[in-house]
Ligand binder design. Structure first.
Ligand code: AMP
Ligand code: GLY
Length: 426
């Protein structure tokens, strides 16, 4: 089977590499892909925001499966067009992708499905914002309602900063503050049935110690040695399945990757957000550990046949991914820096590229804020970290930065979560 992957990030690089490993896959195409994805995929060009063109391309290439990486093509209706052309697609319809495209819609689904989440107010004007800030109190949580790649949120004690962020939003959601460790749980869904991946943790702030601005994600690891052992199973039962049922009931069944961003609060698990796609960078370590054949699983999901697929298998041990970002990311990443390809050869370490491309002379240069994810594994989390950071030390990467504390607390056994008396879900 030939497969077409849509997108060009480090997540798509990891997806293409994992798809290519599946024995049923004869060829992987990537559109537009990125320079380094050419190692595992043939690059083809198409505008991802034009559903009809993507569907035509998939037909011309005679692929048996399309896997959509980023959210924007989903919200534009690419999965609908591909399916209408008779080609299985792993990715939700335009209607179902609203679970990520609109936080207000996600809140509505959660309320209908009885899924625990922070209380929130969708505000029509600044007077309503002020009222909602006073109602919930500090720390203040103010979010842009639409797609913002994880960067549309501010969490602050400073009321003035909260108001200023609200003024910049097109549509504002004010939320109750929640606290506790965050978890990313990915479920592969076929509209009716869900199969969870093992849980992962993402580091959203730019700097060590969770300081600095929110980013798309600076690193991730999996699995979580500190998490309650039944977390994946219970979250699938109490969050993912009710959401799938509610989406199906509304006539917008969710086929694709449902990403539940969770907070393990003192009052139990609560949903922070949903995404309608694989997360970046969590996907990079997750797919390094995945043993199940990815193309076969995603094809079963696209065809509504997940019931026949058993639980996913993961290699024992741990994987860690650390993002190397361009100076200035996320606000104004410095682009154009030369990246030397020759430095990136190390057996146990995988580099998944997101923000690199070729300049006119064919040199590899920085083209985006998150340049690549250095991903490695080990039988312990500490060992996996050591491998990854040793590889990073060996590179010479001018005008870049990375976090030094990805998975550090978990490796030192410093994350604790006591399951509340009433259970993970209250
Ligand atoms: P989101 O784009 O909704 O995932 O938010 C980005 C990040 O902001 C989350 O990963 C959290 O770290 C933080 N955040 C979002 N909502 C809340 C909340 N209600 N309470 C505390 N932190 C939050
Ligand atoms: N890792 C966060 C995201 O993909 O949105």
């Amino acid at each position: 089977m030939k497969v077409l992957v849509l997108g060009s990030g480090a997540r798509e690089h990891a997806l293409a590499a994992a798809l290519e490993r599946d024995p049923i896959v004869t060829k992987v195409y990537a559109a537009p892909g990125s320079a380094m994805m050419a190692q595992v995929a043939e690059l083809v060009r198409v505008d991802l925001l034009y559903p009809a063109e993507v569907a035509n391309l998939a037909q011309e290439l005679e692929v048996g499966l399309v896997v959509v990486g980023p959210e924007a093509p989903l919200v534009a209706g690419v999965a609908d067009a591909v399916r209408e052309a008779g080609i299985p697609c792993f990715g939700p319809s335009k209607g179902a992708a609203q679970i990520e495209g609109s936080k207000a819609f996600a809140k509505e689904i959660m309320a209908a499905a009885g899924v625990p989440t922070a209380q929130s107010r969708l505000c029509a004007d600044m007077a309503e914002v002020e009222a909602a800030l006073d109602e919930f109190g500090a720390p203040y949580v103010v979010k842009e309602d639409g797609l913002a790649s994880g960067k549309g949120v501010i969490v602050t004690d400073d009321r003035e900063a909260a108001l200023e962020h609200a003024r910049k939003c097109d549509s504002v959601l004010v939320e109750e503050f929640m606290s506790g460790p965050e978890v990313s749980l990915f479920a592969i869904c076929d509209g009716k049935t869900a199969i969870p991946m093992q849980a992962a943790q993402d580091f959203k702030r730019a700097l060590d110690g969770d300081k600095g601005p929110n980013t798309g994600g600076m690193g991730a690891y999996t699995p979580l040695p500190w998490a309650p052992p039944n977390l994946e199973q219970e979250t699938t039962e109490k969050v993912v399945q009710p959401v799938l049922d509610e989406m199906a009931r509304r006539g917008t069944p969710f086929v694709g990757l449902l990403y539940a961003g969770l907070m393990l609060t003192p009052k139990g698990v609560k949903v922070v957000e949903f995404n309608a796609r694989f997360g970046d960078p969590e996907t990079q370590p997750l797919l390094l550990q995945l043993e199940s054949p990815l193309a076969q699983v995603l094809l079963a999901a696209a065809n509504g046949e997940l019931e026949s697929v058993g639980p996913l298998r993961f290699t024992p041990g741990f994987a860690v991914g650390v993002v190397i970002a361009a100076d200035g990311y996320p606000d104004q990443p410095e682009l154009g820096t030369r990246v030397f390809e020759g430095q990136f050869r190390s057996g146990n370490i995988k580099l998944y590229h997101g923000g690199t491309g070729r300049d006119d002379l064919g040199n590899l240069v920085v083209t985006g804020g998150r340049i690549f994810t250095v991903t490695g594994r080990g039988h312990t989390l500490g060992f996996a970290r050591k491998m990854v950071y040793a590889a990073i030390q060996a590179f010479h990467l001018p005008k870049t930065f990375h976090r030094d504390d990805i998975a550090a607390k978990a490796a030192r056994n410093e994350i604790r979560y006591e399951v509340p008396e009433g259970g993970l879900f209250q």
